[in-house]
Each structure stands twice: as structure tokens, then as C-alpha cells.
Design a protein around this ligand. Structure first.
Ligand SMILES: *[C@@H]1O[C@H](CO)[C@@H](O)[C@H](O)[C@H]1NC(C)=O
Ligand SMILES: *[C@@H]1O[C@H](CO)[C@@H](O)[C@H](O)[C@H]1NC(C)=O
Ligand SMILES: *[C@@H]1O[C@H](CO)[C@@H](O)[C@H](O)[C@H]1NC(C)=O
Length: 460
């Protein structure tokens, strides 16, 4: 008898298929919008009669339709139905997150009992995504420099950052009362002045879709000053000498002031024009230390150049540039000579060996080992630095992000003042500590909260 079961099943199958409750397995609704869940009873058996069709959620009746008694809904402000004699479509008005779940459509037929079908309704909300720089003041402490948000989304978004800067980020998730989530991510790094203008990328992943938002960082910093143009070859009667004061700053520098380190006025044979100091003809009066002071909206910083006036042109070539070029040429010549010597040496040894062993074949030439010249190929390649994903945030917690407080910059005031000429506060601010960032500080004790370092040598 058991062998007949498949046959029986096949015979029953068309009957089962002919009577079914047609519903969607899954429906996605958008928060705040409406959604329709259709349910139809399909049968080819004309003797079957539908007596009731009912939608319920989690065991609670939501909407009922009976051909005999008509439609019935408990909460008409939230549900509607659109019945026909063999179907009813449940319409949910202004979706809430709590509407998410399984909806069961149960059809009562006579004769034959009940049939059910179910639809899973999920509620989504597209998040509002944004990213922006958090203006920072240059300093040594890690501070927030960018933030990124995925607001009022459902389901939850994931936020990560990509950056070539060392830094980290923290994400905060807020469960909103409407069932959406707001993710706020704050990217932190040490705001050195070189961080200004660099880019970090916030990457928001919502429903397997990645959105990348680049952020240009904004760091305010005092002028960073650097004097160029002194070639250690300023001799008496030389014409056309000049110094150029290069400065960066955010906000951009506005004022360039040239002066002497000892406070005496600039000699009359020099002309200061913006960031360039022109010297008509070099004489003893310019045999001093020249200072360029640069001011932006944050304050002033200075750099200085000691000028040595020589009686005669510097014999060691046309200054530092000439020296460097000469050095490079000398190195190339030296390498060429070494390579040639190695080649000759090898060739001779080869010939010697060939003669000793009395080989019939002519000695094959072998190139010298790729020693000196090829070394530069082995240098590590730094270009094309990849944007690396950052480490995961430590935790996603329910914390409130406090408003950023930017403390006004503090200035290190000198304690050992034996080298310091009397300075008022305003003047102290103008002393340039940043220039020393180019030079490794000799002592760590001269550090202030801002991380600037200065030594008495740069006092203006
Ligand atoms: C479903 O109903 C039960 C009680 O009948 C309740 O405890 C549960 O929280 C409900 N679930 C949802 C998702 O509404
Ligand atoms: C916030 O929502 C997440 C995901 O649904 C849940 O795991 C977490 O417990 C919720 N937190 C609070 C405080 O309700
Ligand atoms: C410039 O000053 C240095 C000492 O600082 C001195 O040795 C040199 O002779 C001076 N040059 C001229 C041209 O006076």
C-alpha cells in the first residue's frame, strides 16, 4: 500500500493547487507612506464558497471581510481594505516602524475549512546622509576634524572612514522614537598645520549600498615662515641680491614686515616689497640678521636669516646651489669611473681565465654586476599611497556628542628670560615658534600646550 502514496499525492496535487490563498511573501514599505497587501482566494471548484477573509497581525484581527456581512476594521485611521467577493487588499496608512512584521491572511471556505497565507512587511526609511569638516585650531592634541551622519534611516547604516592620515573615529547610534536610527561618526586626528586641506572620505553603508562623501579638512594655523634667497655669497658691491619670505597660514597671511633682529632700522639700500626684500648693492650695512614677520588673522610669526657680507665672492662656487650641482656631477663621474673600472677588471680576469684554460671559444662578455646604478630601483616606492580603511570604532554606544569647544590658542611664555629682551605681551605673540618646527627641538622643556617649540635663538 505504501507504494501507492506517490500516486495519491499526484492525484491530490492539482486539487491543492486549484485552491490557494495568493499573497506576497515579502513587501517593503516606506516609513510614513502607505502600503497594500493583497490576498485572494483562487479556486477552480465552483462548489466552494468563500465565507470570510481576514487579515491579522501577531494574532490580532486587523481587517475582516465577509460577502454576507461586509467589511469590518477595528482601527480605520490606520487600516483600510479593498474587498471583492474572493479577495481583499489590506491597505496600511502612514506606515510606522511598529507595522513591521508578519501579516496573516486567513480565508474561510465552505465547505472545506480554512486556508492561510502570510506576508512579511518590512519598513524602511532612506537615511539623510551628510558629512562636513569640523574646523580645528592647529595643535598637538587629537581633536574632531570631520563628522559624518546618516540620519533617520532604517535599517541601521554603518559608517567608516578612509584616510591617509593617522586618526580614528567614533560612531554614536541614536534609536529615534519613530523606529529609525541616526548614526553620527566623528573623525579625529592631530591637527598639525599640514592637515589643513587634506581629504578624508566618509563611507556610509546603507542596505548594501555604499555612499562615499569626501571631506576637505580645515585647520587654522599661524603663519609658517621661511626665508629663501640667501646663498652664502653676499659680497661687497654685489647687485641683485634679494630675500624672499615664504609663508603659509590659514587664514592666509596678509602682512609681511621686514626688519633687523637687533631692532635697528633697515638700511636705505634695501627695499621691502611685500614678501621680497631687494638689496640694490650689498654693503656692510646689510651684514646683520634679517627678520621677516608675517601676520594672519590669528597673529604673527617670524623667521630670520643671518646675512654674512664677505669682502670677496665666496670661493666655494656660486653658493649652495652651485655646490649641490657640483656634488651631483662629481658623484655621477665617480660612479661612471667605478663602473668602468669594474668592467675593465672583469674583462681582464675573464681573458686571463680564458688564456689559462686555453679555451677554444672566445670569452663571452659579462656585464658588471648591477651594483651602484641599479640601486635606485630598489628604493621603496611610496607613491600611489593607498587609502586605507581605518580600524573599527571601539564601540557604538549611546552617548551624546558634545559640541566642539575650540579653546583659544595659548602661548608659551618664557621662564628663563636671560636671553630675552623686554617684551610686552603683544610682542611675545609675534615671536615665531613655528619656524622651529622645521628644526628638531634641542630641548623638550620648551614646549607649550599648543605644541610649538621655540628656543631663545629665534627671539625677534
Ligand atoms: C505579539 O503578541 C504578543 C502577545 O500576544 C506580545 O507579547 C508580543 O510583544 C507581540 N509582538 C509584537 C511584535 O507585536
Ligand atoms: C537600539 O536599536 C538596536 C537595534 O534595533 C537595539 O539592538 C538596541 O538595543 C537599541 N537600543 C536602545 C537603547 O533602545
Ligand atoms: C660682517 O660681520 C662679520 C662678523 O659678524 C665680520 O667677520 C665680517 O668682516 C663683516 N663683514 C663686513 C664686510 O664688514
Amino acid at each position: 500500500m505504501i507504494g501507492h502514496w506517490p500516486v495519491l499525492f499526484l492525484l491530490l496535487c492539482p486539487v491543492l493547487q486549484a485552491q490557494q490563498v495568493a499573497v506576497n511573501d515579502k513587501v517593503t514599505g516606506i516609513l510614513g507612506q502607505d502600503v497594500s497587501l493583497p490576498c485572494a482566494f483562487i479556486t477552480s471548484d465552483t462548489s466552494m464558497r468563500l465565507t470570510q477573509i481576514m487579515w491579522s497581525k501577531n494574532g490580532t484581527n486587523v481587517a475582516t471581510f465577509s460577502p454576507l456581512h461586509g467589511p469590518h476594521i477595528q482601527d480605520t485611521s490606520h487600516y483600510q481594505q479593498d474587498p471583492t467577493p474572493t479577495s481583499t487588499t489590506l491597505k496600511i496608512i502612514s506606515l510606522r516602524a511598529s507595522d513591521e512584521g508578519e501579516y496573516v491572511c486567513e480565508v474561510t471556505i465552505f465547505p472545506g475549512g480554512n486556508r492561510r497565507g502570510s506576508t512579511y512587511l518590512s519598513i524602511k526609511a532612506e537615511p539623510k546622509i551628510s558629512a562636513e569638516a569640523v574646523p580645528a585650531m592647529a595643535g598637538e592634541q587629537e581633536v574632531p576634524v570631520a563628522k559624518c551622519a546618516s540620519a533617520n534611516g532604517r535599517p541601521l547604516s554603518q559608517i567608516t572612514w578612509r584616510s591617509t592620515l593617522p586618526g580614528n573615529f567614533e560612531n554614536t547610534v541614536t534609536n529615534n522614537s519613530d523606529g529609525t536610527y541616526t548614526v553620527l561618526s566623528v573623525y579625529r586626528t592631530v591637527p598639525t598645520w599640514t592637515v589643513n586641506g587634506q581629504q578624508v572620505v566618509c563611507s556610509v553603508n546603507y542596505e548594501a549600498t555604499e555612499t562615499n562623501l569626501p571631506v576637505d579638512l580645515y585647520v587654522q594655523f599661524h603663519p609658517v615662515v621661511n626665508i629663501e634667497g640667501y646663498d652664502d655669497n653676499w659680497y661687497l658691491k654685489r647687485t641683485g641680491a634679494s630675500l624672499t619670505c615664504n609663508a603659509q597660514g590659514n587664514p592666509p597671511p596678509t602682512v609681511y614686515t621686514w626688519k633687523t633682529a637687533n631692532g635697528s632700522p633697515l638700511p636705505s639700500n634695501v627695499k621691502a616689497k611685500e614678501n621680497v626684500l631687494y638689496v640694490d648693492e650689498v654693503d656692510e650695512r646689510i651684514n646683520t640678521t634679517i627678520v621677516c614677520e608675517v601676520t594672519n588673522a590669528l597673529g604673527s610669526r617670524a623667521s630670520q636669516q643671518a646675512v654674512l657680507v664677505r669682502d670677496k665672492p665666496n670661493p666655494s662656487g656660486a653658493g649652495a646651489t652651485g655646490g649641490i650641482i657640483g656634488g651631483i656631477i662629481a658623484s655621477i663621474v665617480a660612479i661612471a669611473v667605478i663602473v668602468t673600472l669594474i668592467m675593465i677588471f672583469r674583462q681582464q680576469r675573464k681573458n686571463q681565465t680564458a688564456e689559462d684554460e686555453e679555451l677554444d671559444e672566445p670569452p663571452a662578455y659579462k656585464p658588471p654586476p648591477p651594483s651602484l646604478k641599479l640601486q635606485e630601483d630598489k628604493l621603496p616606492q611610496i607613491k600611489g599611497e593607498e587609502l586605507l580603511p581605518l580600524k573599527e570604532p571601539v564601540s557604538e554606544q549611546q552617548i551624546e556628542i558634545k559640541d566642539l569647544e575650540m579653546s583659544p590658542p595659548k602661548y608659551w611664555s618664557t621662564t628663563g628670560s636671560q636671553h630675552t629682551p623686554p617684551l610686552d605681551d603683544d610682542y611675545l605673540e609675534q615671536i615665531n615658534p613655528i619656524y622651529n618646527e622645521f628644526i628638531p627641538p634641542e630641548s623638550d622643556s620648551h614646549k607649550d600646550d599648543q605644541g610649538f617649540v621655540m628656543s631663545p635663538a629665534v627671539y625677534v
